[in-house]
Design a protein around this ligand. Sequence first.
Ligand code: SF4
Ligand code: SF4
Length: 127
Amino acid sequence: MAKKNIDTAPIQKILKKNKREIKLGLKVCAHCSLCAESCFLYQATKDPKYMPSYKFINSIGRLYRKNGKLSRGEMTKIRDIVWHDCVLCSRCYCPFGINIPSLIALARQACRTQDLYREYDKEPTEG
Ligand code: SF4
Ligand code: SF4
């Protein structure tokens, strides 16, 4: 089956509706890494890609900065970040008040508009 192009309109709608929360999260994040202590996936691996801040900055943050204009390959990588690298358990805590799970959930919403969901029978995209 041919891969569809990205339809930016529904993504831009999500970005517009949640602009304040996304913008604030990106602005306020001090890259202090304190949220990493509360993510069991990061604690189990110590791999920076599992840091909660990395996950929201490279999913909804990236979508926001590009105004939803990403390639399907880039969207697929975001899909892997927000489904494979995060289980949305809501345990991560940011002392600066950023609601990280809420931001990651927005990126999941954006992926859903492009029919991108976690594929439980496949490994995440390489690279
Ligand atoms: S704890 Fe908050 S400010 Fe610090 S890196 Fe994580 S999200 Fe950013
Ligand atoms: S919601 Fe995601 S980033 Fe936060 S603690 Fe759970 S797995 Fe880690």
